[in-house]
Design a binder for this molecule. Structure first.
Ligand code: C5P
Length: 212
């Protein structure tokens, strides 16, 4: 299969030196890419700004903002059979972006924001027979929110994790996730390395592709 995987945060610039973003480091998405390539799949990895090396055998496309990421996903989706939206896409961007560094004295203490596009919502009608997986980072029990996102975003699989745990979620090499699937099932995985979590997800997607 050809996997399209997004990873990392997006960065939404205010001016050339300031931006809003989030705590994602890209580790889970890069683990997904590494595992999918090692299992013999073609992999296109759309990466936000992260400090990680490209895994062997993976084609990497670097992006900065949510709108860049949407454009890259739209460009590469037609050639892919599986999409994994691992990226922590910033929900909001500054309404105005300055081409030059703003002077402190000329800045308003209130930052006006506008909503970024939801990438999964934007490409939903181009899904066809593709397998779509998404991630949801929640603080607290992620089941209810995860199930809502699975349905709302038209996913086959939603990987939900509680990022308030110190050994799961952002910037660590381990993760504890719950797999929620479109047929109403859920599977809680124990604490695993992100590579082991990625193995489970890629294996699930391979099986789902065989069923379709
Ligand atoms: O941020 P949220 O919890 O809604 O993310 C759930 C899923 O939706 C993730 O797979 C994420 O990559 C995706 N997403 C997206 N476009 C956004 C925000 C999130 O595709 N603007």
């Amino acid at each position: 299969m050809h996997f399209l995987i997004t990873a990392g945060p997006t960065r939404e610039h205010i001016d050339p030196v300031r931006f809003i973003s989030n705590r994602s480091t890209g580790k889970m998405g890069f683990a997904m890419a590494q595992v999918a390539a090692a299992r013999g799949h073609a992999v296109t990895l759309v990466a936000g700004p992260v400090a990680l090396a490209t895994p062997a055998g993976v084609t990497r496309v670097d992006v900065v903002s949510a709108r860049d990421m949407l454009a890259a996903v739209e460009a590469h989706l037609p050639a892919c059979e599986a999409l994994v939206m691992c990226a922590a896409v910033a929900d909001w961007r500054p309404a105005q972006v300055s081409a030059v560094k703003l002077k402190k004295r000329s800045m308003s203490p209130v930052l006006e924001l506008e909503a970024n596009p939801d990438i999964l919502a934007a490409i939903r009608d181009r899904k066809g027979g593709r397998i779509f997986a998404g991630f949801a980072a929640e603080t607290g029990d992620p089941r209810a929110e995860g199930r809502r996102k699975l349905v709302e975003k038209g996913l086959d699989l939603l990987v939900a994790n509680d990022v308030s745990q110190p050994d799961a979620g952002f910037a660590v090499d381990t993760n504890r996730v719950i797999l929620l699937t479109g047929d109403g099932r859920e599977q809680s995985l124990p604490l695993l390395s992100k590579l082991q979590v990625a193995e489970q997800i890629v294996a699930w997607m391979e099986q789902a592709a065989r069923r379709t």
